[in-house]
Ligand binder design. Structure first.
Ligand SMILES: NC(=O)c1ccc[n+]([C@@H]2O[C@H](COP(=O)([O-])OP(=O)(O)OC[C@H]3O[C@@H](n4cnc5c(N)ncnc54)[C@H](O)[C@@H]3O)[C@@H](O)[C@H]2O)c1
Ligand SMILES: O=C(O)[C@H](O)COP(=O)(O)O
Length: 528
């Protein structure tokens, strides 16, 4: 039974999937102070949050069993990704579920601003019938500047077109073709701030986007411009905005997000007559909350059941077609890493991986992680996993070098793992053979053909007559049955290897006895 903690008032219906799972216990709490979370988190395999709960390094440190943090929403700024990656905890989010909700709130704010609806409402319910103050502006023919043309920005653009607005967008990843499709003119931030009547931001908060609109930008804006932020506090400089409104440059602003949430009671936005505020409600629709909770519940179940998942934030996302091609290699890759790792000497400084044939034209990053995991797991056991494998290698000054070769001599695909140590290289290569499955086809410099499973005994020896018999007798005397045996040598009478698959693990006594044979230079039990 695995345990999942659901916090932050996440949609009950959305987590039904988890509740229905026979192997999952779900604990739902509205909120949990950090100290309490730190006390209880060790019990849980997964935790699901919105933006309220901070899953910081202290929480991660206490989370001895945690495998996944699910963010029922987009932004993961409340989750310490570095701490999660170090501990091998997957962080998944739900990037699509609240796009429309946030886009619609943004449009609500654009309309609210243009017609001062919240201010008019306040006065009217206060008993005043004021028809002079609230003369607004139309959206038709106005210029809307959008900074950040991702999911939400693009949806806002489409709706703006329906209102007859002219849209200028800026996004480093926006192509001309995509801009044309949604009827947006691409421009720079400078062009947007100089020309727009309304400016809305839809980027994450990063070093590049923090204060992307600040004093220098307000100074060159059109008089009467209106500003909207439904993305993240800090993208627009809060203090500079108030100055620009008070200086008569900005006619009004609508904010759903703040640098500090909730803002202090004396925050200058809260009682400003030209600023409309909402308490981070972008994603707060019934539909969005259900969508994100369902998406994250599905991901949590996949991860806890060791099934493929797609929206990991601390691991590159892999398109479904690439995943389909790579997935059959994951087990082989991990086994190759294990074999090469167990046959390597100490002082590992490089894991060189060559992908040849079929694999040369795909993004192999996920497979590389499995191989590195295989290498490291020999020493790090369960502390290593596919999330933290590359991080653990880097932390140990082990370079991971990937090369690709389009053709192979004998196989349609070939993965070769070479571990470079201070002394010599350890090599294991494998392939997926149609109809035969995973095969290890090279160990060291010797061609072999074994299925990577069970117990393997690796013996390096001098090629002398009778050695096979001596090994067979020793194994037989200790009750170890040989399933398969392969020998490899480069020259007659030179260095050679023997690779045996055996029905039970070779113990230290047997390995010691083998090493005592004068012809044998190395005898190792390889665990797969
Ligand atoms: N108010 C809310 O409740 C709410 C709800 C959902 C999302 N959000 C926030 O809205 C933002 C956008 O969400 P999304 O789902 O559209 O994300 P997204 O990843 O689809 O889009 C973000 C876009 O910003 C662009 N970008 C990054 N740096 C940029 C820069 N320097 N200049 C211009 N563009 C840049 C990216 O290229 C990307 O296309 C996120 O910060 C998210 O957390 C807020
Ligand atoms: O990044 C997001 O998804 C939004 O900011 C929504 O946050 P919330 O889930 O706390 O409403």
């Amino acid at each position: 039974m695995v345990k999942v903690l659901v916090l932050d008032g996440i949609s009950d219906q959305g987590v039904q999937l988890l509740k229905d799972a026979p192997d999952v216990q779900v604990d739902i709490k509205a909120t949990m102070p950090e100290d309490v979370l730190v006390e209880v988190i060790a019990e849980y395999d997964a935790v699901m949050v919105r933006s309220q709960t901070k899953v910081n390094a202290r929480v991660m440190e206490a989370a001895k069993n945690l495998k996944v943090v699910g963010r029922a929403g987009v932004g993961v700024d409340n989750i310490d990704l570095e701490a999660a990656t170090k501990r091998g905890i997957v962080v998944v989010n739900a990037p699509d579920g609240n796009t429309i909700a946030t886009c619609e709130l943004t449009f609500g704010h654009i309309l609210g601003l243009s017609r001062m609806i919240p201010q008019a409402y306040k006065k009217t319910v206060g008993g005043e019938w004021d028809r002079k103050t609230f003369v607004g502006v139309e959206l038709r023919n106005k210029v809307l500047g959008i900074i950040g043309m991702g999911r939400i920005g693009s949806e806002v653009a489409k709706r703006a077109k329906a209102f007859g607005m002219n849209v200028i967008g800026f996004d480093p990843f926006m192509t001309d073709k995509r801009a044309e499709e949604i009827g947006v003119k691409l421009g720079t931030v400078d062009e947007i701030v100089r020309n727009a009547d309304f400016i809305t931001v839809h980027t994450p908060l990063t070093n590049d986007t923090r204060n992307i609109i600040s004093r220098p930008q307000f100074e060159v804006m059109k008089k009467g411009v209106r500003i909207i932020n439904c993305a993240r506090g800090g993208i627009i400089d809060e203090a500079a905005l108030v100055e620009a409104i008070d200086a008569g440059i900005v006619a009004g602003a609508a904010f759903d997000v703040f640098i500090k949430e909730p803002p202090e009671a004396d925050h200058p936005f809260l009682n400003h007559p030209k600023i409309i505020v909402t308490p981070h409600l972008g994603a707060s629709t019934v539909e969005a909350q259900e969508n994100v909770a369902v998406d994250v519940s599905e991901e949590i179940l996949h991860i806890l059941r060791n099934e493929p998942f797609k929206n990991a934030v601390n691991m590159p996302s892999v398109p479904a077609n690439v995943l389909k091609k790579l997935q059959p290699f994951f087990n082989l890759g991990e086994k190759l890493g294990k074999v090469a790792g167990q046959l390597a000497d100490n002082g590992l400084h490089e894991i060189a991986i060559n992908y040849a044939g079929d694999l040369a034209d795909v993004d192999v990053n996920p497979l590389t992680r499995y191989i590195v995991l295989g290498v490291l797991s020999n020493h790090l056991g369960e502390d290593a996993n596919v999330i933290n494998a590359l991080h653990l290698a880097k932390a140990r000054d082990i370079n991971v070098v990937v090369t690709k070769t389009s053709a192979t001599k004998s196989f349609t695909n070939l993965v070769t793992v070479t571990l470079k140590t201070d002394d010599k290289d350890s090599v294991a290569a494998g392939t997926l053979l149609a109809g035969y499955g995973e095969r290890i086809v090279q160990i060291g410099q010797y061609p072999v053909d074994i299925s990577p499973e069970g117990h393997v005994l690796f013996i390096a020896h001098n090629d002398k007559p009778g050695i096979i018999g001596k090994v067979g007798t020793l194994l037989g005397d200790t009750g170890v049955n040989i399933a398969t045996m392969q020998v490899g040598r480069k020259v007659v009478g030179g260095d050679a290897i023997m690779l045996l698959t055996i029905d039970k693990e070779a113990d230290d006594a047997l390995l010691g006895a083998l090493k005592n044979l004068p012809e044998i230079t190395t005898a190792k039990a390889v665990r797969l």
